[in-house]
Design a protein around this ligand. Sequence first.
Ligand SMILES: [Zn+2]
Length: 361
Amino acid sequence: MTGAAEHFSRSYGEARQKFLAAAEAAGAAIRHYVHPLKGPSGEELATDVARFGPLDAARILGIGSGTHGVEGYCGSGIQTALLREGFAAELPPDMAVLFIHAINPYGFAWDRRVNEDNVDLNRNFLDHTKPYPANPGYEELADAINPPDLSPGTMAKCRARMKEYAAEHGPRAMQHALSAGQYTHPKGVQFGGHGPVWSNRTLRAIIRAEMAAARRVGFVDLHSGLGARGAAEIICTEPETSDAYRRMVDWWGPSVRSTVGGGSISSDVPGSIPVCFADELKGREVTSCGLEFGTVPIAEVTVALQSDNWLHQNGGHDNPQAAEIGKLIRDAFYVDADDWKDEVTATARQTCARALAGLSA
Ligand SMILES: [Zn+2]
C-alpha cells in the first residue's frame, strides 16, 4: 500500500487534530488527558485516548505514540493511518483496541525527546523510593556526553573521548553509558527523573481507567531513532526465557529482540513502559513491546541529543539556535520522506494486526 505520507504531520497541533478527526470518524470513544503546559503556539497539550470495543473487554491491544516526545511524528502518523484504514472497525467479541496519542505531549510539541522536566519518560517507570540504578559509564563520560558548548572543537573532543571509551570497553558498553538512563545529572542527557512525572502518572491513570477488566493485554509502543533507515525491531525488555518473549516470537517471529542479554539494538534500560504495564496489571497476561524504527546513523542521533540538551540548559526556546537545533532533533527521529513513511506504516500495520490475532487466539 502506498500514500502513507498524508497521515503524517508537520507539528504536534496538526498531528493531534488529524488523530482526533480520524478517531471520531471511525467511531471511537475519545478521552483527553490535558497537560498543564501549552505548546509553542499556545495550543493545548494532551494525551488523547481513542477506544474501540467494550470497556469490560477481556482482551485489549494498546497502540502508543510519543513516549519520546518528538518520536511522535512517526508514531502519530502511523496511528492516524490505522484509524483511517479502519484497523479497529471489526473486532472479535470481547476485544478492545486503545490508541494512546502523544504519551509525552510536551516533548512532541516542543521537539524534544524528553519531557517538560528534562526527563526521559522511558526511564521513569521505576520505584522512586528505592536507590536508583547506577550508570558508571555515564558518570565517567558525563562531560563528553554533555558538552559545555557546541563548537566543532569541543564536539570533536567529546567524540574522541567516547570513541576511546568504546575502544576500551566495547561499543555495547558505550551505548549503555549513553542510553541506559541516569539518575544523577538532572540537567544532563538521559535523565530518568526523581519522581513519577506527569506522563507516568497519566499513563497509569489511563491503564486503570481503560484496562481494569482486561485479562490479556498487548501494547505496541511506537518509537523511532534506533537502527538503519526504515528498518524495524520489536524490542522485548524481558529475557528470552520469559513467557512474554515467547509470546512475542509467537506473534511476530524473528524480528523480536530481547534487551536482556544484548540481542537487541537497544540497551537493557531501567524504568521503561513495559514496567508500567506490569505494575498496573499484576496477575494479567501482558505482552508489551517497543516497535523501533531506524532513521539516521547513531552518530547523528547522538549529536542531536547533545545539542538539544545543551540548548535547553542555555536559554531553550529563547536561544537564537533554537529553530536550527529543533530541526536537527526532528530530523534525527523522523525521516520526512514518503518511502520511509510507507515503510514504517506497513510494518506497524502488520505488527498490530498480528498482535490482534495473537490476542484473539
Ligand atoms: Zn524512543
